[in-house]
Design a protein around this ligand. Structure first.
Ligand code: PMP
Ligand code: GLN
Length: 382
């Protein structure tokens, strides 16, 4: 293994999911729903498979899906997107990889908020660039504008933004996004905006940074069918932005996977046009689950940081005597039959690792009866 990838030989999601399987624990670690997406979506994909839609689709994605992504951005955010500037990818993961690998190289710096999604440091390292982190701190996981400003240098090429934010559940408001936008503009930096949880916010709107004045021309926006339609195993994602940046991303993507999911892409295209009731039901249903799990975690004795978006809740284990979230995450399945992931693995700066040390993340994208059972098990912890 090349040296720059040696810190990334395993992922916490694979490890904790294996542990949950081995111990029979309820897996609230890796974030995946335990019910599949809309019936019509599943039926469409099945019909495509038996109906002969099984050979390579066009490299950039099937036209219907690229058009549907553009229509979705117009419908929800008023964003004008040319379907020619939409690239379909193997999940948001490949979109992130292609963007970083096509635009960043040795000597460049990439800024990400810490804690971060785990592919950001891995792809930054693979590109040869250096990661600069800016902390998000409990309780509200906002950033300090001065710390963000200080992270920029003449070498900064890209900032990786993720709102709604995994793992903290933070949702950046317009004021915070404007600070990012102003700094990105001042330093002529590309913003890669990972918006996979765009339809999962509670009480606050999701604002794509590309909608801020002047930002569409420097922003690559990423999302995924896995999250919106509860089909994480399909791995259909997309990225859109200014033509030159998308063309660069496409150059890398075409040699990573060439293309993806022929029978799935047209099904996702149709699903993107589902009525408003479908989209509002995503957050409505998750809100109840958030209440159920956060009440249970509070009752169990954790300090709970209520998320404003995503399907994750971060808690602090110290009130229960758990100083080390990493140890707690590995012990939790045997302690009470529930699995969660430690947050410190999503940090790499010494201060970030220390700040995240007592925190663990639980996923609540599960059936109510599963969450109720998990809450019952967690109640025995104190
Ligand atoms: N970004 C974030 C913030 C995520 O949470 C995830 C999924 N866990 C991804 C990207 C990857 O999405 P996909 O499964 O579509 O590759
Ligand atoms: N995005 C999901 C999470 O944060 C899982 C992703 C993965 O397994 N790589 O839990």
């Amino acid at each position: 293994l090349v040296e720059r990838m040696t810190p990334f030989t395993s992922t916490i999601f694979a490890e904790i999911t294996q542990l949950a399987v081995d111990t029979g624990a309820i897996n609230l670690g890796q974030g995946f729903p335990d019910t599949d997406g809309p019936e019509s979506l599943l039926a469409d994909a099945a019909a495509n498979i038996t109906g002969g839609v099984n050979q390579y689709p066009p490299g950039p994605g099937v036209p219907a899906l690229r058009e549907a992504v553009a229509a979705h951005q117009q419908r929800f955010y008023g964003l004008e997107v040319d379907p020619a500037d939409v690239l379909v990818t193997v999940g948001a993961t490949e979109a992130i990889a292609s963007a970083v690998l096509s635009l960043c190289t040795t000597g460049d710096e990439v800024i990400a908020f810490e804690p971060y999604y785990d592919s950001y440091p891995a792809m930054t390292a693979l590109s040869g660039a250096t990661l600069r982190t800016v902390p998000l701190r409990a309780p509200d996981f906002a950033f300090d504008p001065d710390e963000l400003r200080a992270a920029f240098s003449a070498r900064t090429r890209m900032i990786l933004l993720n709102s709604p934010h995994n793992p903290t559940g933070a949702v950046f408001d317009r004021e915070q996004l404007q600070i990012v936008a102003d700094l990105a503009t001042e330093h002529d930096v590309v913003v890669v905006s990972d918006e996979v949880y765009e339809h999962m916010t509670f009480d606050v709107p999701h604002i794509p940074i590309a909608t801020l004045p002047g930002m569409a021309e420097r922003t690559l926006t990423i999302s995924s069918a896995g999250k919106t339609f509860s089909v994480t195993g399909w791995k259909i994602g997309w990225i859109h932005g200014p033509s030159e940046l998308v063309a660069a991303t496409r150059a890398v993507k075409q040699f990573l996977s060439y293309t993806a999911g022929a029978p799935l892409q047209p099904a996702v295209a149709t699903a993107l046009g589902l009525p408003d009731e479908f989209y509002t039901s995503i957050a409505t249903s998750l809100r109840g689950k958030r209440e159920l799990l956060s009440a249970g975690l509070k009752a169990a004795g954790f300090t709970v940081y209520q998320p404003r978006g995503t399907y994750f809740i971060v808690v602090d284990g110290r009130p229960l005597g758990f100083e080390d979230g990493y140890k707690l995450a590995y012990d939790l399945p045997s302690l009470c039959g529930v699995a969660a992931v430690p947050v410190s693995v999503f940090a790499s700066s010494p201060e970030g690792v220390e700040a995240m040390r007592p925190l663990v993340r639980f996923a609540f994208c599960k059936r109510d009866e599963v969450l109720t059972e998990a809450v019952g098990r967690l109640a025995g912890l104190g």
